[in-house]
Design a protein around this ligand. Structure first.
Ligand code: GRF
Length: 201
């Protein structure tokens, strides 16, 4: 079945999705390897998790750099590790247009809402304020429009009476940890099959 797809995870915070992707991979043979965890926040907890999981990691603060310059730095790091797919997991920076163009169709993100509802921040609060019956999370391809790329997978969470932002955030996060590994696996499977077809000419 060909080489596994080389994935980098970009994060800025806690890193629970990185852990979910790595554990999924650890349990069974999967079509991807996490070859790099990269962060714009050198003190991110996700990097501590990467170290514990023996995933190579890299960080550099974005402070004092413009977006294009910073993204060029990340790009060179990704290339150095021969990364093929980038999985954003709580990466709290907009990507430059150049970066998105260069990696077009190969960057995934997980967002804590049922897209196209509630792009951007504060998703759980907005769902509760709207009186929604359902919340959830989405894995989508990254395009230049914030949280606007094609949705690859979604999981729904029923909003309960007396739900709070905190309880909903926790319940959605549990679904993220199920959804993201499955979506990444499916994506990398297709990519691997495509690669083999291309190799056969
Ligand atoms: C998740 O809620 C994800 O949907 C959003 O950022 C959060 C990251 O959490 N994009 P973690 O750092 O993976 O724990």
């Amino acid at each position: 079945m060909g080489e596994r797809v080389r994935v980098a995870v970009l994060l800025s915070g806690r890193g629970s999705n990185l852990i979910a992707l790595a554990e999924h991979k650890r349990r069974e043979e999967r079509p991807y390897d996490i070859v790099l965890a990269a962060s714009n926040v050198p003190e991110a907890r996700g990097l501590v998790a990467a170290r514990r999981l023996a995933i190579p990691f890299w960080s550099h603060s974005h402070r004092g750099m413009d977006r294009a310059e910073y993204d060029a730095l990340i790009d060179s790091e990704l290339r150095r590790h021969q990364v093929e797919v980038v999985a954003l997991a709580g990466y709290m920076r907009l990507l430059s247009d150049d970066f998105v163009d260069r990696w077009s169709g190969r960057v995934l993100n997980i967002h804590p809402s049922l897209l196209p509802l509630y792009k951007g921040l504060g998703t759980h609060n907005r769902a509760l304020q709207a009186g929604d019956l359902w919340a959830g999370c989405s894995v989508h391809l990254v395009t230049k429009e914030l949280d606007g790329g094609p949705v690859l997978a979604q999981a729904k969470v029923r909003i309960r009476p007396r739900e709070t932002v905190e309880s909903l955030a926790l319940r959605v996060l549990e679904e993220e940890h199920r959804l993201y590994p499955q979506a990444l696996e499916a994506f990398c499977d297709i990519m691997r099959t495509q690669r083999q077809t291309d190799e056969r000419g």
